[in-house]
Ligand binder design. Structure first.
Ligand code: PRT
Ligand code: MG
Length: 221
C-alpha cells in the first residue's frame, strides 16, 4: 500500500491533475465526504487528509509514504531554504509548481517601515511563520520581536498588536481589504512532493513511478 498525505483545499485540488497523470483517480470528494482516508482507483494507493502543517510530520514518521505541502510549511518544519533537511528523514525530490504564492512583509499605511529599518528600531512582527521571519530579519540585520499567531495575521497591525506581519500573499486582495501594504517580498512559495526515506527504500518501484510521472506532468507556467 502507498499512502499519500494531502490537505483539503488548494493542495488537494491542484494535486489531482498530477495524480491523474499517474493514472490515479481519488474516488471520493473530500468536500463532500467526512472520510479521512480516501480510496483511489488503484487498490494499492490511498490518500489521507491531514492539516497542511501536519503533512511533513505524517511523512517523516511514516504515517504516509509521500505528501504534498507548501515550502512555507517545510521551512517551518525545519527544512533549509535550499530544500535540504539535515537530519529529518524526509526526501524532497520535486517542486510541483502548484499552490503558488509568496511570503511577504506587510505594514499598515501609517507605519514607516523603511525609516524604522534605517533607524535600527525594534519592530514587532506578528506571524505564523516564525522560522522564516526570524531568518529573514536576522539576515537583514533588523531587530524584531516576533509574536506567534495561528491565523488572521492581518488583524494584528490593525489592533496595535504588531507593527508588521509576515504572511503569504497570492492575489494581494486580503492585504488590500485590510489596508496593508507589502514592503518586502521574502521568497516565492510553491508546493513540493516529500517522501519518507525509509519508504522509498522499501517500496522503490511504485514510489519512483509516482515521482517520475509527477515530474513529467509539472507545468512551469
Ligand atoms: O487553512 P488552514 O489553517 O487549515 O491551513 P493552511 O493555511 O496551512 O492550509 P491552506 O490549504 O490554506 O494552504 C496550504 C498551502 O497553500 C500553504 O501552505 C501555502 O503553501 C499555499 N498557499 C498558496 C496559500 C496561499 N496561496 C494563500 N493565499 N496559503 C495561504 N494563503 C492565504 C494567506 O495566508 C492569506 O491569508 O490567503 C490569504 C492571502 O490570499 P490573497 O489571494 O488575498 O493574497
Ligand atoms: Mg489557510
Amino acid at each position: 500500500m502507498i499512502t499519500l498525505a494531502l490537505s483539503k483545499g488548494r493542495i488537494f485540488d491542484e494535486t489531482l491533475p498530477l495524480l491523474a497523470a499517474a493514472g490515479i483517480e481519488v474516488l471520493e470528494d473530500p468536500e463532500k465526504s467526512r472520510k479521512l482516508i480516501l480510496p483511489t482507483n488503484q487498490p494499492d494507493v490511498r490518500v489521507v487528509l491531514v492539516r497542511a502543517s501536519d503533512v511533513p510530520t505524517y511523512v517523516e514518521y511514516g504515517g504516509a509514504d509521500l505528501g504534498v505541502t507548501g515550502k512555507d510549511v517545510l521551512i517551518e518544519h525545519g527544512a533549509n531554504q535550499d530544500g535540504s533537511f539535515g537530519s529529518v528523514g524526509l526526501y524532497q525530490p520535486l517542486d510541483l509548481q502548484i499552490a503558488k504564492c509568496h511570503m511577504a512583509v506587510a505594514v499598515p499605511a501609517g507605519f514607516d517601515y523603511p525609516s524604522a529599518v534605517r533607524q535600527g528600531s525594534r519592530i514587532t512582527v506578528a506571524t505564523k511563520y516564525t522560522a522564516m521571519a526570524r531568518q529573514f530579519f536576522a539576515e537583514k540585520g533588523v531587530h524584531v520581536d516576533l509574536i506567534k499567531l495561528y491565523g488572521s495575521m492581518e488583524l494584528a497591525p490593525l489592533t496595535g498588536l504588531a507593527d508588521a506581519i509576515v504572511d503569504l500573499v497570492s492575489t494581494g486582495k486580503t492585504l488590500k481589504a485590510n489596508h496593508l501594504l507589502e514592503v518586502e517580498h521574502i521568497m516565492d512559495i510553491s508546493s513540493h512532493l516529500v517522501v519518507n526515506q525509509a519508504a522509498l527504500k522499501l517500496k522503490t518501484a511504485p514510489i519512483r513511478r509516482i515521482i517520475d510521472t509527477f515530474a513529467a506532468a509539472i507545468t512551469t507556467v
